[in-house]
Design a protein around this ligand. Structure first.
Ligand code: M6R
Length: 596
């Protein structure tokens, strides 16, 4: 996700900021910029790489400044949309991470009051709000400005006549690095480890005034807060992964936030009837590759269950060679990267066939956005591990949202039913948090998989694709041959392969397939295969037939793929880790497959 750095001290701010930005590159970004207070306030920003920015920038003298790496969410990657933003007088600069939910309403109001906007971003309202509230005290202006804002932020601002910067945090990380005669603020410690290992973590609702030799933290009521610094013992490489051993694990643990962000504005748009599409569709076709294909398979269950619309799923690599008959369905292309060659080709083919197209992607400004009629952006933030994790669960969120939107349009669900489901969705980050709290239990349960040559993943109904995804995760990062199967298909062939050396991972939730699934697990047990079951908390019947059980909180069965997916991700991760595999960069695989 975006990265922030701010500096106040005796060094040339330009050097410290550029160094900090380079260290934040691992978070992923599409543009970068900095603002420095010298004889005046100067801003340099651009689309593309920091190396390009730094080589095109003149030497700027000054000892106070802010820098930013942007991962586009609101407005495409461009020079205009890059941070920092200046107010109309050119005297204040702001950088921001997070989402300002009410930015459209604020922008309109500010424009009516005479402010001139230069970008498409939500962030720009912040600098205009600061300008509006500034009466000689930047910190006071920030506190007033934030009262008008709905959303999440880590925000840092400077003024041309100041020697201090001001900052605030809500649901986006912000940390202060305490140096000797100099101080730094950043979105994570990676950016400051070159200068100090003393860190002060800022909490939600707090604001900060930071100068070269003094840092003051204020609580939500404006009282000063005393906090002792923590000593950071990480290396720069450790810090990049937030202390996690691998990006994949970090990204698995980021899922509560990724899901929260992906739902944030969308649930309001659903409520107001403006989400994703404006026409009902007689049928839906979901098209994707790999993990995104599995999200599409879950999507079929969701759309058919909620909106009662016939839905088909096709692999993007097959779609364009298929005959393509019937009325043009709404064709939904799922691709986290937005650059998968087969999915792009499928999008073109869908349009050639006269189908309305909608893309679901995580990358603003990616190629798919130019190939379709409408785009829905998930907000998982950048994913660095090759194995898709948080981009998958946020694609699932997109499928729930699409299912409800279609159901709303054709009145297949009542307002109360939609409200009930959205409130359960809002609780999803909490449920995922509970699964993550049990990661150590999952780690222990994977011992049975580590020596295996082959593993089967079994599920039924909406969790059949969840187990296909589990098998894909395991094979790509642990190099164990794994197959996902619909449990009812077992007796039609694969049962011949089961014996004591072939473990089975089985998903069993209390939906209408529960009894059948228990029976399938017993069939497996009769062939001596070790069974690792994933079930709901407190399911004694399941525990009785399995060798080992890991459990997820009880949720509405239609939402069960979300916590179950997190469970299979953890199973794959810990198995691969015990086998000593290069988890973030599996052999022969690339994050984005741009060849067909
Ligand atoms: O970027 P996309 O979602 O279009 O990528 C499609 C697949 O290449 C991708 O999902 C792949 O299967 C995952 N990296 C597997 O974890």
């Amino acid at each position: 996700m975006c990265g922030i750095i701010g500096y106040a001290g005796p060094r040339e701010a330009q050097e410290v900021l550029l160094d900090g930005l380079r260290r934040l590159e691992y978070r992923g970004y599409d543009s970068a910029g900095l603002a420095i207070v010298g004889s005046s306030l100067k801003v340099f920003k651009d689309k593309g790489e920091i190396s390009k920015l730094s080589s095109s920038m003149p030497q700027l003298r000054g000892h106070l400044g802010v820098g930013h790496t942007r991962w586009a969410t609101c407005g495409k990657p461009s020079q205009q949309n890059a941070h920092p933003f200046l107010d109309c007088t050119g005297q204040m600069a702001v950088v921001h991470n997070g989402i300002i939910e009410n930015h459209l309403a604020l922008r309109k109001k500010l424009i009516d009051e005479g402010h001139v906007f230069t970008s498409e971003t939500d962030t720009e309202v912040l600098v205009h709000l600061l300008e509006k509230h500034y009466k000689g005290d930047l910190h006071a202006a920030l506190r007033e400005a934030l009262k008008e804002v709905k959303g999440t932020y880590a925000v840092v601002a400077i003024r041309t006549d100041g020697r201090e910067l001001v900052a605030a945090r809500k649901e986006n990380p912000l940390v202060i690095g305490l140096g000797v005669g100099e101080n730094i603020v950043a979105s994570d410690v990676t950016a400051m480890l070159n200068y100090t290992n003393k860190a002060l973590y800022i909490m939600d609702g707090e604001t900060v005034v930071l100068g070269p030799s003094k840092v003051t933290i204020y609580d939500v009521d404006g009282r000063t807060v005393h906090r002792d610094p923590s000593i950071i013992t990480w290396t720069v490489e450790d810090a990049k992964k937030g202390g996690f051993e691998h990006y994949m694990l970090k990204e698995i643990f980021e899922q509560p936030t990724a899901i929260h962000n992906s739902l944030l504005e969308s649930l309001d748009e659903l409520e107001s009837g403006t989400l994703m599409i404006d026409h009902d569709a007689p049928s839906i076709k979901l098209v994707a590759c790999g993990t995104s294909y599995h999200a599409s398979m879950v999507g079929k269950y969701i759309i058919e269950a909620l909106a009662k619309i016939p839905t088909t799923v096709e692999l993007a690599s097959e779609y364009r060679y298929s005959p393509g008959t019937g009325e043009g369905p709404l064709t939904v292309l799922l691709t986290q990267s937005g650059e998968t060659a087969d999915t792009l080709a499928a999008a073109r083919e869908a349009r050639r066939r006269g189908c309305p197209t909608l893309a679901v992607t995580n990358v603003v400004g990616s190629t798919i956005a130019r190939e379709v009629d409408r785009v829905f952006y998930t907000k998982a933030g950048p994913e660095i591990g090759v194995a898709a994790t948080k981009t998958y669960t946020t694609q699932l969120m997109a499928m729930y949202l699409l299912g409800m939107r279609l159901a709303q349009m054709r009145r297949a669900m009542g307002r109360d039913e939609i409200r009930e489901l959205t409130s359960e969705l809002r609780g999803m980050p909490r449920y995922i948090g509970k699964v993550l709290d049990r990661a150590h239990e999952v780690e222990a349960a994977t011992d049975m998989l580590v020596p295996a040559r082959d593993v089967f993943f079994l599920g039924r109904n909406i969790n059949y694709p969840t187990m296909l995804e589990g098998a894909l995760k395991l094979k790509e990062i642990s190099y164990i041959h794994a197959e996902g199967y619909a449990a009812g298909e077992l007796k039609h062939g694969p049962l011949a392969l089961l014996d004591a050396s072939t473990p089975v991972v089985a998903a069993c939730v209390k939906d209408h397939t529960y009894e059948k699934m228990l029976a399938n697990i017993s069939e497996v047990a009769a062939r001596d295969s070790p069974i690792l079951a994933i079930g709901l908390e407190g399911d004694a019947d399941l525990a009785a037939v399995a060798d080992s059980t890991v459990s997820v909180p009880k949720v509405n069965p239609i939402l069960s793929p979300v916590p179950l997916t997190v469970m299979v991700q953890l199973i794959a991760y810990y198995t691969a880790r015990k086998r000593g595999c290069p988890i973030d960069k599996p052999r022969n695989l690339a994050k984005s497959v741009t060849v067909d």
